[in-house]
Design a protein around this ligand. Structure first.
Ligand code: BGC
Length: 756
């Protein structure tokens, strides 16, 4: 755990340079605008430990699978999120010295990520060998108002420094992915253009043929007078160089305007024309006006997505950081895009879509944005249904059964580890759960016949084929799976997987019946399209009614999987700190044999299907499983926070909340340097809204049952629900719900029905 960042409600502040955590800070200071984003790398470069990263939404490379033992059914490739053009680049020479904070003494260092404004800034002082000092201030943003544009401002002042200063403002496409399987460069050179007012570099991805181009205009003044650049061009790199003498008090002001375009939005042969136009618009608008519009766009997001907490700055900072990073990653404008677990903050994980989107992110977007955005996310999966059917067919399933991929970018599976690719099939259930969640939240039941039901049928078919009958158990069993807890592989009868499989079959049967009886025309179309036969329902009924669930009668517990109680049961509290995180300290063999749980598994099921269980049943399972849970998946603490709040374990809920909300800021799992845990950030929002505010939807009605963690005086947020926009204010004993837009609404607050 790291505590070098200061607490502030709207800002992340690093006071004094911490080179030992530079990669962590780079992740935390990532910026993005839904179209592109980058890590908090230094403009001038850094010769110390750093992960240079600049990413473009939807642009990927299918890196040929690399495994020791090839198994049939493996995907051919792993879709890599590509490290793209370095567009912030700016080498700075002071006399003979290259500005490099890894090799120079740095004074008065301060780095601030201002989340309210969406701006990253950094200031520091260096003492050149020639004497005197130079004060630097950098500021940059990726425009939320105009998603192709970004801008950087650098202010340099001499305090007693007399000598040369050379600024090399560049765009560099000669970049590599650190995680490339074969050390290959994924980009091919396409074009470079270099003029005094305009520089551009473009490259195309190998195999996938995406073209990305970056155009820049750099404007530099010394004491208000323009400097003229020299231009240098190299393959995949364009450079505008400004050189001047500096004297006491001289001020250099640099503005770099950047336009980044990808062929997802602008055809590659149009990018230069478009880049010129957009760059000219940005330049003429000027830095301050671009910045103003960018800040106004963030203000609009905060107006509906913010949650204000009274009385706990740490909790507040963590929460806003999570909301900020999610909106930087995905703005919901483009149905081809999704929310990658690392967003624009690192390479690890590849692909862009995991079950995280359905299980965690959809509730966040349902609450904080128009229903259109969550619907887009459902449509994304609907469009991938044919690929999911192909994917299941590759593994031997037939008749339109679908297995959605664990990791994907275009609908094809691209995860390369057998225990996850083939076995972590519970993800299929999340696809269906998201449809259920969306419809109950928005009331948009029409979605079922517009796509939802086809997904339900294909997934139910998969489960019906995946189970087999066990004579000894006289029940339908599911063998060889990995549950959400990835610290167990190839287990039999993972309770969560069996539970969600049964529910999927039941839900499909129920919805088919509704379609058949209430929407016969739609049903006829769907029936024909899916080749559905009435016997299928008999099969699903048989299997769902006869599904096996591992259980211990003495303890009155559902078991995570067959044989769970054979393990040596230990508590995480008995595990010495030096053993944690266990995935970094222990062999895989030791992890698999241990009882320790990576993330909610049985409890994930109880969280999804809370209404299916008595409260004391949930409490019993929480008390048994949580103490063995190491929460080494970022998706873990939020689910536990919500359940703990529901169970009245407020202290536990608070502990879990802090862990989910400050996971990256405090680097709980010692892996923030690889990038942020973007998808689990939605869990932080859920921990407050579903956890502390106790928001639920039951039979189409909104329920609120707030609790306040110690130290919180209150909290308030806004929320979309069924065409209304509500303001919810929880202060001490009081809960106020305001209807900000939309028609009157009946709600239930602390079991009392009322009208807003
Ligand atoms: C978790 C998965 C999750 C993935 C991406 C893994 O560590 O165990 O449940 O889908 O990360 O966030």
């Amino acid at each position: 755990m790291k505590t070098y960042l200061q607490h502030h409600p709207w800002q992340i502040i690093e006071e004094g340079f911490h080179p030992e955590y530079q990669e962590v800070s780079e992740s935390i200071c990532s910026l993005g605008n839904g179209r592109f984003g980058l890590r908090g790398n230094f403009e001038e470069g850094y010769s110390g430990k750093t992960l240079q990263g600049s990413y473009f939404a939807g642009v990927y490379y299918p890196d040929k699978t690399r495994v020791g033992w090839w198994k049939n059914g493996y995907p051919e490739y792993f879709a890599k999120v590509l490290n793209g053009v370095n567009w912030i680049g700016m080498h700075i020479r002071i006399g003979d010295q290259l500005l490099d904070l890894a090799s120079m003494e740095v004074y008065n260092f301060r780095r601030v990520l201002n989340m309210k404004l969406g701006i990253l800034s950094r200031s520091f002082t260096v003492h050149p060998t020639e004497g005197g000092q130079l004060d630097f201030h950098f500021e940059r943003f990726c425009s939320m108002d105009n998603a192709d544009t970004a801008a950087i401002r650098v202010h340099i002042q001499s305090k007693g420094y007399h000598g040369m200063l050379r600024l090399e403002s560049f765009l560099d496409f000669d970049v590599h992915n650190k995680d490339s399987n074969y050390g290959e460069q994924f980009w091919e050179r396409k074009a470079e253009t270099l003029e005094e007012q305009f520089a551009m570099v473009a490259a195309t991805t190998k195999k996938t043929a995406f073209t990305v181009s970056s155009a820049m205009h750099t404007h530099v003044t010394r004491n208000g007078d323009d400097l003229t650049p020299d231009s240098v061009l190299a393959p995949m790199k364009v450079n505008q160089i400004f050189e001047t003498m500096m004297h006491e008090g001289d001020v250099i002001l640099l503005h770099k305007y950047v336009v980044n375009l990808s062929s997802l939005n602008i055809a590659s042969d149009q990018q230069e024309i478009s880049g010129r136009k957009k760059l000219a618009t940005a330049r003429h608008a000027g830095y301050e006006s671009l910045k103003e519009n960018h800040i106004a766009a963030w203000q609009r997001i905060w107006d509906s997505a913010d949650i204000e907490i009274d009385g706990n700055v740490m909790a507040q900072q963590g929460l806003r950081f999570n909301i900020f990073q999610l909106w930087q990653t995905y703005t919901g404008e483009d149905a081809r895009l999704n929310i990658g677990p690392k967003g624009f903050t690192g390479e690890k994980y590849g692909g862009s879509t995991y079950w995280d989107t359905e299980a965690y992110c959809i509730p966040f977007y349902l609450g904080t944005a128009d229903a259109r955005i969550a619907r887009n996310l459902l449509v994304y999966r609907y469009l991938h249904l044919p690929k999911a059917i192909e994917n299941a067919a590759k593994l031997g399933f037939t008749d339109g059964a679908a297995l959605y991929p664990m990791v994907t970018i275009n609908g094809e599976e691209c995860h390369n580890e057998w225990e996850i690719t083939f076995e972590e099939i519970h993800r299929n259930g999340a696809m269906v759960y998201a449809i259920y969640d969306y419809i109950r939240y928005t009331g948009d039941a029409a979605y079922m016949n517009e796509g939802g039901l086809e997904v339900l049928i294909a997934v139910a078919r998969f489960w019906a084929q995946r189970v087999n009958y066990s004579e000894p158990k006289q029940a339908w069993v599911m063998l060889g799976v990995t549950g959400p807890n990835e610290y167990e592989n190839n287990v039999n009868n993972n309770w969560y997987t069996n539970y969600i499989a049964r529910w999927c079959m039941e839900y499909a049967m129920e919805q088919i019946e509704i379609a058949r009886t209430q929407y016969p025309v739609d049903w006829e179309r769907i029936r024909e399209k899916t080749d559905f036969t009435a016997q299928e329902v008999d099969d699903w009924r048989l299997k769902s009614e006869g599904m096996y669930f591992p259980r211990d009668e003495t303890r009155q517990l559902f078991l995570q999987q067959d044989g769970f109680l054979d393990k040596e049961l230990m508590l995480v509290s008995d595990l010495a700190q030096e053993h944690r995180p266990i995935h970094q300290k222990w062999s895989w063999d030791r992890i698999l044999r241990s009882c320790f749980i990576k993330q909610a598994d049985v409890l994930q099921g109880m969280y999804f299907f809370e209404d299916h269980f008595e409260l004391d049943t949930i409490a019993r399972h929480f008390d048994f499983y949580e103490p063995m849970t190491v929460h080494e998946s970022s998706l873990s603490p939020c689910v536990h926070a919500i359940l703990a709040a529901r169970l009245g374990k407020i202290e536990k809920a608070d502990e879990m909340y802090l862990r989910t909300s400050r996971l990256d800021l405090d680097d709980y799992n010692n892996d923030t340097e690889d990038g942020l845990h973007i998808t689990s950030m939605a869990g932080t929002w859920m921990a407050v809204v579903r956890g502390f505010a106790g928001v639920r939807v039951k039979d189409g009605t909104l329920h609120i049952a707030p609790v306040l963690p110690a130290g919180w005086k209150g909290f308030r947020f806004k929320m979309h629900f069924r065409g209304r926009f509500l303001g919810i204010d929880i202060s001490g004993e009081h809960c106020t719900v305001r209807r900000l837009t939309g028609e009157t609404l009946d709600i239930v607050v602390n079991r009392e029905r009322m009208t807003v």
